[in-house]
Design a protein around this ligand. Structure first.
Ligand code: GZL
Length: 323
């Protein structure tokens, strides 16, 4: 019996090593407890806070001794936080890279230190670092599709003959901002009624979104559609519009992404038209994917999260579960 068990263990370790080293990725042995790094970028909105909580809530059930840091909006500090985790000898790294390029060195350092990295919720420049080679996989949504779905809803539901669009972009250089812009811009361009007259970053933050909207409203008083890359900026835009005497939901259509509680309430109140979900609850998926990897499975380069869409038809049914 003992000999059989030893042989089975050797085969499992061999398989694990084969799967990981075949792709040049650091292996991860199966064990009861893991020292896990989660290097959060910031806590500037409910989405970030919900994501961080999801990792903490998963830690015990997944056998994680979790080291969680918060870079307070600084990509440079996020890199430093990863360095510190490497020095502490973590077994595995979960990293939501704030921007696509500055976090490349952190990804490469982790690999060089023999630490498998999973990118969560945002990714890095695919020309500089690749899933399956530099990091194990990207766990997250299809941001291009999110932007496209917002555009499709807008095309279907905007009743006017001329759509004057102001776009509030997410964090400059981040993969969701880049891709939500691409997905929306490419699809909305297919309908000649629409023109994007301004597109500016609100850094995924409510108050900056409000300030940017106030400025853009001065320059474009004829705006009748606001596309925000996340709900926090959309809520800020609604505040700015109402302060200027506009009636969001009546004379201006506000469309967004995430699915926060405040956004679903704004939809219920008739002030927002749609929000495409972008779930922050990555803890359980991170646990499941890490365990698959430790068991020797080859992980698909993109572990894709599927997103629902919230409108007046279903917002009330989901507002209580929202973050
Ligand atoms: C999406 C995530 C984005 C959210 C924002 O995965 O990176 O960052 O849409 C958050 O709310 O700030």
């Amino acid at each position: 019996m003992k000999r059989t068990l030893l042989l089975a263990t050797a085969i499992a370790i061999g398989a694990m090593a084969t799967a990981a080293t075949a792709a040049g990725l650091p292996p991860l042995e199966q064990k009861d407890r893991y020292k896990v790094g989660f290097a959060q970028m910031e806590s500037n909105n409910p989405w970030r806070i919900a994501e961080t909580k999801s990792f903490h809530d998963t830690a015990e059930s997944c056998g994680w001794d979790l080291i969680a840091t918060d870079a307070a909006g600084s990509a440079a500090k996020q890199v430093a936080d990863v360095d510190s985790m490497i020095a502490q000898g973590i077994d595995v790294l979960f990293l939501p890279p704030r921007e696509e390029k500055p976090l490349i060195p952190a990804v490469k350092k982790a690999k060089a230190a023999g630490i498998p990295t999973f990118l969560v919720d945002r990714s890095v420049d695919p020309n500089a670092a690749k899933a399956g080679e530099d990091f194990v996989a990207f766990l997250g949504s299809d941001f291009i599709d999110q932007g496209k779905r917002v555009a499709e809803w807008t095309i279907e539901n905007f009743k006017g003959d001329k759509g004057v669009i102001v776009q509030l972009e997410g964090t400059t250089g981040s993969s969701p901002a880049n891709d939500r812009k691409k997905g929306f811009d490419d699809r909305i361009a297919e309908d000649g009624r629409f023109e994007i007259v301004a597109s500016q970053s609100g850094d995924f933050a409510r108050d900056l979104g409000r300030q940017v909207m106030e400025t853009l409203l001065q320059a474009h008083p004829d705006v009748n559609i606001v596309y925000a890359h996340n709900d926090e900026m959309a809520i800020g835009a609604i505040q700015a519009l109402e302060l200027a005497g506009r009636k969001p939901g009546d004379d201006v259509l506000v469309v967004s992404i995430d699915g926060t509680r405040d956004a679903l309430q704004a939809i219920i109140d008739g002030k927002m038209g749609v929000t495409v979900e972008s779930s922050p609850f990555f803890g359980p998926l991170a646990c499941e994917t890490m365990k698959r990897y430790a068991a020797g499975e080859t992980i698909e380069p993109w572990v894709q999260v599927k997103d629902r869409i919230f409108t007046a038809d279903n917002a009330a049914a989901h507002v209580d579960e929202a973050y």
